[in-house]
Design a protein around this ligand. Structure first.
Ligand SMILES: Nc1ncnc2c1ncn2[C@@H]1O[C@H](COP(=O)(O)OP(=O)(O)OP(=O)(O)O)[C@@H](O)[C@H]1O
Length: 481
């Protein structure tokens, strides 16, 4: 914990005089001449404090520290919850003042012990627009350098390499891991970490009756995919700079994960959505058009929408309450629902069965909001409440399907309003196909087994994020999912 100190000095910034106070871990500065604007900065939003260097007159010269000036590097949260990098340059004629400020602020920042110091970042060069490496170089590297985070980069050479590395490789040198990629890359990271923990603790991951162990290492996510739903739900934006700030700040949230089994084995864990029918077909079809980039989802989405296939099935679901009503609270930063102690809840769980012909069956672990679907498929699903929302969309006409997609892309609408959609808050569900079969879309990846069982593990992972801020969301692009 950072200790309480007081500093008060008048510095110069260019030709302006600035009075700067640091007290109660808050930095306040105001200009002595117009504009008299006052600014405040919490210690928790500071990245670092560094001395400035004098300009070298010759390339062979070592850079010399300027004893009269220093810079405070920090982040500011702007509109739409995006974080932006800022720097405050301060100058003083007395070098002792400069040293005292640098030393004191450095000490206070180093007291923020939850911040990552040694980070292993996996980069998937294949996802999204194939620019994850550029995203890291442009948005990640400079900020990590400023914040003094020691980063080791591991570029994945093939599918599942990140997962395999995490299961068997050594993480002894790192206090945190992260990835740059889309939901499929994040899924590799999450699956690898949980399976690694099973290996270390000698736990049979395939046994559905054994609780999965929780990896202690915190995880960061920098978006570099096509949809980046998980990042959007965590931070409320897919802005990579914002994601980097969330990692550097070191605050975290607990994220539920859902494990999916067939009769004998654990197939996969997912963090966002497991979807059968329409979205399963879209995932299968779009994978074959990867060359189109993110547009492949719109293309396959439209094609499968017009095909309007329905799939018969039976869903057994384990709910916490007797009624179907789901709590209509959204998951934002400092969420009360996720903060509750799961063991305190009086749980009256009961199984029930729903069968019929479905256009889509989705188990949503989070809201699955993204820039194209601002509320997502399960607007009231929480990051860490130990439940998922099971969304059953009955098979109907193409018009119904269009209404579904328009509803999903409209920030003022929620999917539960549609008469052919039912949502249940569940801890577990089991699906059996009763006719021709589709596939499952598991965090954007195709799963070919049809009959599955899915179970939530509460807050299995610790993710670097301060949570999604309550702000107006961005305008929606189009109606693709
Ligand atoms: N080096 C690699 N070569 C090929 N595929 C890879 C490699 N590294 C990871 N993958 C796989 O690439 C797939 C796509 O990656 P990712 O999900 O990150 O991008 P995306 O599908 O464009 O984004 P999103 O899932 O957000 O829509 C994932 O299945 C991942 O396992």
């Amino acid at each position: 914990m950072a200790e309480d100190v007081v500093l008060l000095t008048t510095f110069t910034n260019g030709s302006k005089k600035i009075r700067v106070v640091f007290h109660n871990n808050i930095l306040v500065w105001d200009y002595e001449r117009p504009p008299f604007e006052q600014k405040t900065l919490n210690l928790e939003n500071m990245l670092s404090v560094k001395p400035n260097y004098l300009k070298c007159s010759h390339p062979s010269q070592d850079p010399q520290i300027d004893p009269f000036s220093f810079t405070i590097h920090y982040g500011v949260r702007e509109t739409l919850g995006k974080w932006k990098y800022k720097a405050l340059h301060l100058k003083h004629s007395d070098p002792l003042q400069v040293v005292s400020w640098i030393k004191t602020l450095e000490k206070q920042i180093s007291g923020l012990v939850h911040r990552p110091k040694s980070l292993l970042i996996f980069i998937n060069p294949f996802g999204g627009k194939r620019n994850s490496m550029d995203i890291y170089t442009k948005f990640g590297k400079p900020l990590f350098e400023i914040a003094g985070v020691d980063v080791t980069v591991n570029v994945s050479q093939r599918k599942d390499q990140i997962r395999d590395f995490l299961i068997n490789g050594s993480l002894d040198m790192f206090d945190s891991v992260a990835c740059v990629g889309g939901d499929g890359t994040v899924s590799e990271l999450f699956n690898g970490l949980v399976l690694r923990e099973c290996r270390l603790k000698n736990i049979d991951a395939d046994n559905i009756n054994t609780p999965l162990p929780s990896p202690q290492i915190p995880v960061g996510i920098i978006p570099g995919g096509s949809t980046d739903t998980i990042t959007y739900c965590l931070h409320g934006t897919t802005d990579p700079t914002t994601a980097v700030f969330h990692i550097i700040f070191g605050d975290s949230v607990g994220l539920d994960l859902v494990s999916v089994y067939n009769e004998n084995n654990l197939l996969k864990l997912f963090a966002s959505v497991l979807s059968y029918g329409y979205l399963g077909d879209v995932a299968y079809n779009s994978d074959r058009h990867r060359w189109m980039g993110p547009q492949r989802y719109n293309y396959s989405g439209l094609k499968k929408l017009l095909a309007n296939k329905g799939y018969r099935g039976e869903v057994a679901l384990l709910t916490n309450t007797e009624s179907n009503d789901i709590s209509r609270t959204k998951c934002f930063e400092n969420c009360d629902t996720c903060g509750k102690d799961g063991n305190e809840e009086v749980v009256k769980s009961q199984w029930r069965t729903v069968s019929g012909k479905f256009f889509m069956v989705s188990g949503a672990n989070i809201s699955c909001a993204c820039s194209q679907s601002p509320n997502g498929i399960a607007p009231y699903s929480h990051l860490g409440d130990g439940n998922m929302h099971l969304v059953l969309v009955k098979h109907g006409s193409i018009i119904d399907n269009l209404r579904l997609l328009l509803n999903l892309s409209n920030k003022k609408k929620h999917i539960e309003e549609l008469p052919f959609v039912e949502t249940y808050c569940v801890r577990e569900f089991c699906f059996r196909s009763r006719g021709s079969s589709s596939r499952w879309n598991c965090d954007g990846e195709v799963q070919h087994q049809t009959n599955i069982r899915a179970r939530v593990s509460r807050q299995l992972l610790t993710i670097y994020s301060r949570g999604r801020p309550k702000v107006e969301q961005e305008e929606t692009g189009c109606c693709g999912i």
